[in-house]
Design a protein around this ligand. Structure first.
Ligand code: AMP
Ligand code: MG
Length: 318
């Protein structure tokens, strides 16, 4: 009689347990911090994993940011030749790959031009053509020598400088995701501004990512449901200046020395890793919609959502 009683009890208990587990949701923790010149948002089911991710992002910032005076990038920009660690070596090797596949539209040696246009955006004054011409002589990844065996990087012209603003944040996201994954975390969202990785899902549902409308800050252009995927958006609305009715953004076309004029105003790339998504989103901005799409097709498991000014206007009137 006793075992039967137990079985009955279990039969009653099992559906009860199943319904509890179906309803129960893991708590999530969210923290924002400032690094890499922007706001970083991490949402994770484990508080310790959030610490691990932020520590890793700061480690990468201290190596790759040109705004950190003793970073490897700052040292390379000052000396023109440096024995570098595995992080910078890897990022520069990937940067070279994107320089080649984009036919020079993606070029981290835009440093001198970025500095000129950053000043223009801040002061709302267009730079002198002469200064742009001079800076352009210092631009070109073909003037960078990477010796993978020796782990050295050298510039062939004095005054050259690299700027990893278009690829470094994506790399930092990838590094942080690797760390939290190794720690055992299965669910985490790391967003360094528009460079994001969605690890796993959130309580069985995909992570929801909104793409900001490039003209109306409060609206969304699109919404994505993602799991184990990276997504990056480049837009002409984050850092820009309007002079004489013309918008000048922070993404430079290395072939003209001027901010990109491709008519793309928002480019989102979905990719298996965030470094690639980051680099490709910036590249599309320079290449324009047609050539940008062609480049994205060249990369496996990679997709893009590209909007031009006209398309966004049409979308708004719809
Ligand atoms: P993102 O916001 O990821 O599109 O990157 C833009 C940043 O990348 C700029 O603020 C510059 O620091 C840098 N950058 C600008 N133009 C280029 C370019 N054509 N290739 C590589 N990096 C660039
Ligand atoms: Mg980018």
């Amino acid at each position: 009689m006793r075992p039967l009683k137990n079985i009955l009890f279990l039969l009653i208990l099992i559906p009860f347990l199943i319904s509890i587990s179906a309803c129960s949701k893991n708590p999530y923790y969210k923290r924002n911090e400032f690094a890499l010149g922007t706001v970083i948002q991490i949402t994770c089911s484990d508080q310790r994993a959030i610490d691990i991710a932020f520590n890793e992002i700061k480690r990468v910032e201290n190596l790759l940011s040109k705004y950190v005076s003793d970073s490897e990038v700052s040292k390379l920009n000052t000396s023109g030749k440096l024995k570098v660690g595995p992080d910078l070596l890897y990022v520069l090797t990937k940067a070279k790959e994107f320089y080649i596949t984009s036919n020079g539209a993606f070029d981290v040696t835009v440093g001198p031009l970025v500095d000129i246009w950053k000043k223009a955006i801040k002061n709302k004054v267009l730079p002198q053509e002469e200064d742009i011409k001079k800076a352009m002589q210092l631009v070109g990844f073909d003037k960078v020598v990477i010796d993978e065996k020796e782990s050295t990087v050298a510039f062939l012209k004095e005054g050259m400088s690299i700027d990893l603003g278009a690829i470094g944040k994506g790399y930092a996201v990838d590094c942080a995701i690797k760390k939290v994954r190794d720690y055992g975390t299965k669910s985490c969202l790391i967003a360094i501004a528009g460079d994001i990785y969605c690890l796993g899902n959130k309580n069985g549902e995909p992570w929801q990512i909104g793409i900001q409308h490039p003209r109306n800050k409060k609206d969304l252009l699109d919404a994505l449901n993602l799991e184990n995927q990276a997504v990056s958006t480049s837009g002409d609305y984050q850092q820009m200046v309007i002079i004489g009715n013309k918008r000048y953004s922070h993404i430079i076309d290395p072939r003209t020395g001027f901010p990109s004029d491709s008519k793309v105003i928002s480019a989102t790339v979905l990719a298996p890793d965030c470094l690639s998504a980051d680099a490709l989103a910036t590249t599309i901005f320079v290449l324009g919609k047609t050539k940008g799409m062609d480049l994205v097709k060249y990369y496996k498991n990679t997709k893009a959502l590209i909007y031009t000014e006209d398309e966004v206007n049409a979308f708004d009137t719809f």
